[in-house]
Design a protein around this ligand. Structure first.
Ligand SMILES: NC(=O)c1ccc[n+]([C@@H]2O[C@H](COP(=O)([O-])OP(=O)(O)OC[C@H]3O[C@@H](n4cnc5c(N)ncnc54)[C@H](O)[C@@H]3O)[C@@H](O)[C@H]2O)c1
Ligand SMILES: [Fe+2]
Length: 419
């Protein structure tokens, strides 16, 4: 179990300047995106840096839903800067970009594909020492402040992939719920769906002791190890918080209790899935994001089309869990109960359908687009969506139920319309 250091509490961001001073940092790279650079979370960090006299350079060119090119741009900035510490203020897009910048700046002769997950990249283990990275999450979703994962959209292949290594985990996550107060409604919703799927997928993933072959050297152990007794605790706890607070956090920006709890749930689910892994909703989400046509989600202040990550994972969740429940039906039923289903008279063989129905109702209540068709996909796109899922074996092989190409086609087809 690998876990980042975490500090939690309203206003703790004001300590970041002191943290950097304690680290002896002389040249700090501060990363964020253009939208956030004008918002209170970045201001809070800037105030603290000024108060403690920290020398820094700001990079606000992070792309929301990063690409290989946007990662490379940030890496170039980091390589030129000679930084001795990094600060990422933002959602998963910013934190992931900063992890990649830190890694490649520490490994100047590496080619971009060296550390990218195989089979798309070379998947080399990280052996170079990285600089400290402090992550300040501003969404309640990815849990990226706790994970050794950095995801980007590989434009040439039109799929998302990433870099996964414990070595790129942030040194410290500063989880300050004040930052959630500026999030617009759909960003709360979509990032919250990511937490929901992290918890559900890691809890239902292939158990760690059924994953094979066992690596011959521990350095080759993957970050994602399959469901395990420690991750289970985090996943279930996160799921209970989602059940209690996600709707409230979305509907009422003034509900500080709900927003603060979702901010913690994001980290909790991150600790769980960062060690256990995710499976089909995430594996299938990467081409759903990568093949985006003209979808422009509400509340995302960006000029390019994109399918927000949380939306791209949740739209297939009813179909996925109806499919995987055959293997661990009791876990699927337990998840449905946590999310509000009455299971007193339920039959265990219906666990998948019950969880799928519970998820559909949850999404319907939150005005989520009615399936893949509503974000621009049709049946004709299914072969390309399947093709984009096949290289995602790092996660798809953690599905408790193995899947054929026909199974994947059927899952995409069943996700075209939800209600
Ligand atoms: N590393 C991991 O473990 C991991 C896990 C899941 C997802 N991801 C990746 O993370 C990315 C998605 O990250 P995300 O969902 O956190 O969102 P994001 O970083 O893409 O941000 C979405 C939008 O919200 C805005 N925003 C963020 N915080 C705000 C705030 N407090 N107030 C107002 N606006 C705010 C941003 O400016 C942006 O426009 C995807 O690329 C996804 O693949 C990574
Ligand atoms: Fe995710």
């Amino acid at each position: 179990m690998a876990i980042s250091n975490i500090r939690y509490g309203e206003g703790v961001t004001k300590e970041i300047g002191m943290d950097l001073k304690n680290l002896g940092a002389r040249r700090v790279c501060l990363m964020t995106d253009k939208n956030l650079s004008k918002l209170p979370p970045v201001n809070a960090v800037l105030n603290s840096l000024a108060k403690y006299g920290i020398n820094f350079q700001m990079y606000d060119n992070v792309r929301v839903e990063p690409t290989d090119q946007s990662f490379i741009d940030a890496i170039q900035f980091a390589r030129k800067g000679g930084f001795d510490a990094y600060v990422a203020v933002g959602g998963g897009s910013v934190i992931d970009t900063c992890k990649a910048a830190n890694l490649y700046a520490a490994s100047p002769s590496s080619e971009f594909l060296d550390y990218v997950n195989a089979p798309i990249g070379k998947g080399k283990p990280v052996t170079v020492p990285l600089k400290p990275l402090i992550a300040v999450p501003t969404t309640s979703g990815t849990g990226s402040e706790t994970t050794g994962v950095a995801i980007f959209d590989f434009k040439e292949l039109k799929v998302k992939t990433g870099i996964a290594s414990r070595a790129i985990k942030p040194t410290l996550g500063i989880i300050d719920p004040l930052h959630t107060l500026s999030m617009p409604e759909r960003i709360v919703a979509n990032s919250g769906f990511d937490v929901l799927c992290h918890a559900l997928e890691s809890y239902t993933a292939l158990p760690y002791n059924q994953r094979s072959p066992c690596p011959s050297n521990p350095i080759d152990r993957p970050a994602y190890q399959g469901s395990n007794p420690i991750s289970d605790v985090w996943a279930l706890h996160a799921l209970r918080i989602v059940a209690k607070y996600l709707k409230r956090a979305i509907r009422n920006p003034e509900d500080r209790e709900a927003r603060a709890n979702m901010h913690l749930a994001s980290a909790f689910a991150g600790i769980g899935f960062g060690n256990a892994g995710v499976h089909l909703c995430h594996g299938m989400s990467y081409p759903i994001s990568g093949l985006v046509k003209s979808y422009k989600p509400k509340d995302y202040n960006v000029d390019h089309s994109l399918v927000p990550h949380g939306l791209s994972v949740v739209l297939t969740s009813p179909a996925v869990f109806a499919f995987t429940a055959q293997i661990h039906p009791e876990r699927h039923l337990e998840a449905a109960e946590i999310l509000g289903a009455d299971i007193r008279t339920a039959r265990i063989k219906d666990a998948g359908l019950i969880l799928a129905d519970t998820l559909r109702k949850f999404l319907f209540d939150l005005n989520v687009d009615d399936g893949l068709a509503a974000i621009g996909y049709s049946k004709a796109d299914i072969p390309a969506l399947v093709k984009g899922t096949l290289p995602q074996e790092r996660v798809t092989k953690l599905s408790p139920r193995p899947q054929t190409e026909e199974d994947l086609s059927a899952l995409f087809e069943a996700s075209m319309k939800l209600y």
